[in-house]
Design a protein around this ligand. Structure first.
Ligand code: ZN
Length: 351
């Protein structure tokens, strides 16, 4: 508050100059007194001694009145927060939480330090659920996020509605991460267990408009068609994924599919993702295979256009219908290897 005192006084006088005539006189008189002397000022304006005494009394009363007014304004200015005023508060430290009794701060009291919101005051080990979009038929598209670090990994499943084994697998990963907050330290792990809820409900590849969401991205090779969409990002489901990438700037992405036929499961990759694919393949009997970039696919957009390492994981066709536990036993470590990359999963031995 030592630094704030003079500022508030200056602010109070400046405000009075603009709005209060009586205090305006005091302010001008004070400036003259410090320069040419009050006596000289009075002699110039009031030549007779009687008039000088009267003027002195008048000015003294004015000064007293003005001082009280100034003090009132100064006190008031400490109570009413000017919207332009920047009140410095100590930065929140990791682990700090806002007390439950803290008053709600309205927009007029928002301070620069509040934006963008800092998750440091929250317990980052707790997953954060968020609705990031809505399908054509109104179903929610949701993410759950662990951690607040710079190393962001985005894992999504079932962008093709009838390739849905990834959904219980990612839900299982979510449950596992709840019990392992150490894995989200320094990381931000964003999970989207179900990217195409209408397609999954109807067991169709595309969404309810019949659009293949994995051909609906603004990659350089996007081709408009009745199957790919009239324009890139024409569908709410593809926009939800796009928005997550825009906000989180992931350093790696894993999109989980199943191939159309048996025996062609693979870890496909786009962008600088070959070593990530190799790291994942150490933990499952699925080969690394480069299939090439499909027009307007998420792999083309994220990997080629944005340069983000992205894995298109084609789980075996046969695992469709497996429960989460069985899927986790078979493929959990492969996903964890993507989470911890470039740290090898062996550094977390014991799991
Ligand atoms: Zn697919």
């Amino acid at each position: 508050m030592r630094a704030a005192g003079p500022w508030l006084l200056t602010k109070g006088v400046a405000r009075m100059d603009a709005t209060m005539t009586r205090t305006h006189v005091l302010t001008r008189g004070g400036r003259l007194g410090s320069g040419g002397g009050v006596g000289g000022f009075l002699r110039t304006r009031h030549p007779s001694p009687f008039a000088q005494v009267r003027a002195t009394r008048s000015l003294a009363v004015t000064a007293l009145y003005g001082s009280v007014a100034a003090l009132t304004v100064v006190l008031a200015s400490t109570a009413c927060v000017d919207p332009q005023q920047k009140k410095i508060e100590p930065r929140p430290r990791a682990g700090d939480r806002r007390p439950a009794t803290a008053p709600h701060r309205g927009p007029g009291r928002m301070k620069a330090i509040d934006a963008p919101p800092s998750y440091a005051r929250y317990d980052v080990s707790m997953p954060r659920h968020e609705r990031v979009g809505t399908s054509v038929k109104g179903r929610p598209i949701e993410t759950v996020t662990f951690g607040n670090g710079h190393d962001c990994v985005f894992i999504l499943a079932t962008i093709h509605g009838d390739e849905d084994a990834g959904t219980p697998l990612v839900e299982r990963l979510r449950d596992y991460l709840r019990s392992r907050p150490d894995l989200s330290r320094g990381r931000r792990i964003v999970l989207m267990p179900l990217a195409n809820p209408d397609g999954m409900a109807e067991q169709t590849r595309g969404n309810s408009n019949g659009i293949d969401l994995n051909r609906n991205y603004p990659a350089g090779n996007f081709r408009a068609s009745s199957r790919n969409g009239d324009a890139a990002l024409s569908e709410p489901e593809s926009r939800a994924i796009y928005d997550v990438i825009e906000r989180c700037h992931p350093r790696r992405i894993v999109s989980i599919h199943q191939p159309l036929r048996s025996g062609v499961e693979c870890i496909d990759h786009d962008g600088p993702a070959e070593s990530l694919a190799e790291a994942m393949s150490l933990h499952a009997d699925i080969p690394v295979r480069k299939l090439g970039s499909r027009p307007g696919s998420l792999g083309s957009y994220a990997g080629v256009t944005l340069g983000i390492p992205i894995i298109t994981l084609e789980l075996p066709r046969e695992v469709k219908g497996w429960d989460g536990r069985r899927l986790w036993d078979a493929f959990g470590n492969m996903l964890l290897a993507a989470v911890t990359y470039p740290e090898p999963l062996t550094a977390l031995a014991g799991e």
